[in-house]
Design a binder for this molecule. Structure first.
Ligand SMILES: Nc1nc2c(ncn2[C@@H]2O[C@H](COP(=O)(O)OP(=O)(O)OP(=O)(O)O)[C@@H](O)[C@H]2O)c(=O)[nH]1
Ligand SMILES: [Mg+2]
Length: 468
């Protein structure tokens, strides 16, 4: 019994007890030898050293700065972050009231109102220092360490070609960032020639090593087949398509291990058949660096809950193992992850995760974030569960949960000024150059309820008008 108790003493408490005992012994000796004054000074300096050594203030902050019991701190802050005791709770920070229909109506109105406001470029950076070079100077232009990435099949040559043309027109012909095309098969000469004819930028054509693409050996194929048949019977798209699962796993956690991406800090992901509705006249990567952003997105929407029933519960398992609590950023976008007002059914199906995510077909990211210990260890844990194949975890919710937990929410940026569409959803700002209807999220009224951007605005942004 005694040894069981001993093992349960938290490490921090144990570390605290050793120096406290030493101080007490030393003070007793000083007292007995009549050196009271010195003993007082020693006590106060020792307490300060101890505080610095153990960083008790930040320890307090990590646990939410919270006094009192966990229940009240969880209710007050919406999180408790302690060793093997990581918990989150939705606390309705904006005190929204109403049933899901009313909440959706309110959120849609708030979104449309904001999007209809006239905006320009971001105000929180020196945009004039990021203008495109004069045409004759483009070869000498000092680019950021960044690349445009596109995972694509040879058969999608026309579809990705359309995206590149549009992307070049709005942004890249002015800056000439290099492209990295990625494929699980060798790219054909026809593909390479076609892409090279669309841009003057450097182009790299990368074949993914099978270790970063194929399903891992731990996957039990029989179990996989049974579970995917079940998912397909619920009409979940791509459930039985193994390559789709490979793609989701690749973009979730192995893309940043590609040898060809090691030299880059930033990437901008594009996909076949996307379009850009606005001219982009500043260097987006310079903006990322100057504002220290780790991630940029344009669209927030709900995922299909049936594809990720245990992504969030497994994530909580990970955070409560060993000292993994230390990876959680106290200024994470937790409430955005947890909202259950607009779509409680999704939240329940996904074990407490709202299913709201950054739509990853457009994303601009800092590879150092993904390569970092927090994200990478978490991905390795997720991968070890096999659920990229036993469920159908997508890279969009995986990126989103990772970012919301491990990044500071102020370092995640909504590029509200960039008009963008990947059918059927879009981001359409009210800007002079925009060739879309400001505030429109989709052309299909039945899909309006898929928009969860208002939750990002309400829970993760200080003042949307401070940026634009
Ligand atoms: N090389 C290669 N690329 C793939 C494969 N599967 C998907 N992709 C690419 O991965 C990206 C995402 O795949 P999509 O099929 O668009 O998946 P999605 O966006 O979830 O689905 P949609 O909503 O239908 O667009 C796209 O750029 C595809 O071209 C594959 O097996 N091989
Ligand atoms: Mg797509």
């Amino acid at each position: 019994m005694i040894s069981a108790f001993t093992f349960r003493v938290p490490k921090a408490l144990f570390l605290l007890l050793i120096p406290v005992n030493l101080i007490l012994i030393f003070v007793t000796v000083l007292y007995m030898t009549g050196r009271m004054h010195e003993s007082k000074e020693f006590i106060s300096s020792s307490i300060k050293t101890l505080n610095d050594k153990l960083d008790l203030d930040s320890w307090k902050k990590v646990s939410g700065g919270q006094e009192g019991n966990d229940l009240s701190t969880l209710d007050k802050y919406g999180y408790v972050i302690k060793p093997q005791e990581v918990k989150f709770k939705f606390i309705n920070p904006k005190n929204k009231q109403g049933d899901p229909k009313e909440i959706l109506k309110h959120n849609t109105e708030e979104y449309e109102k904001l999007m209809k406001m006239r905006i320009n470029e971001p105000k929180n950076a020196d945009i004039n220092s990021m203008r495109p070079p004069a045409e004759g100077d483009i070869d000498k232009y000092q680019r950021e360490n960044a690349t445009i990435i596109a995972l694509v099949r040879n058969s999608e040559i026309a579809n990705i070609g359309r995206s590149i043309k549009r992307f070049e027109k709005r942004f890249n012909s002015k800056f000439r960032y290099p492209y990295t095309f990625i494929n699980d098969q060798p790219f054909t000469e026809k593909f390479k020639e076609k892409m090279s004819s669309l841009s003057q930028a450097e182009m790299h054509f990368v074949e993914i090593p099978s270790s970063l693409w194929e399903k891992p050996e731990i996957i039990d194929s029989e179990k996989q087949k049974k579970l995917m048949d079940e998912l397909a019977s619920k009409n979940i798209a791509y459930a039985k398509m193994e390559s789709y699962h490979n793609m989701c796993r690749f973009y979730s956690g192995t893309f940043y291990k590609l040898p060809e991406l090691q030299k880059f800090k930033y990437y901008w992901r594009i996909e076949p058949d996307v379009d850009f509705y606005t001219d982009i006249n500043y260097d987006i990567f310079k903006y990322m660096r100057q504002t220290k952003k780790v991630y940029g997105f344009t669209v927030n929407l709900y995922d299909i809950a049936e594809t990720i029933p245990t992504l969030w519960p497994e994530t909580l398992n990970f955070l409560n193992m060993g000292d993994n609590y230390k990876y959680v950023n106290r200024n994470g976008a937790f409430q955005w992850l947890l909202d259950d007002l607009q779509n409680p059914a999704k939240n329940a199906e996904a074990g407490g995760y709202s299913c709201c995510h950054f739509w990853s077909n457009f994303e601009i990211g800092d590879l150092d974030f993904f390569r970092g210990e927090a994200y990478d260890s978490w991905f390795n844990y997720l991968d070890s569960t096999g659920k990229f194949y036993y469920e159908r975890w997508g890279d969009a919710p995986v990126h989103s949960v990772g970012l919301a937990l491990f990044a500071d929410k102020k370092d995640i940026h909504w590029f509200r000024d960039i008009g963008y569409v990947h059918d059927p959803y879009m981001n359409c700002p009210n800007r002079e150059s925009a060739s879309c209807d400001a505030g429109k999220f989709t052309n299909f009224d039945s899909l309006l309820d898929q928009n969860c951007m208002t939750n990002w605005i309400d829970y993760s942004m200080d003042d949307p008008n401070a940026i634009y």
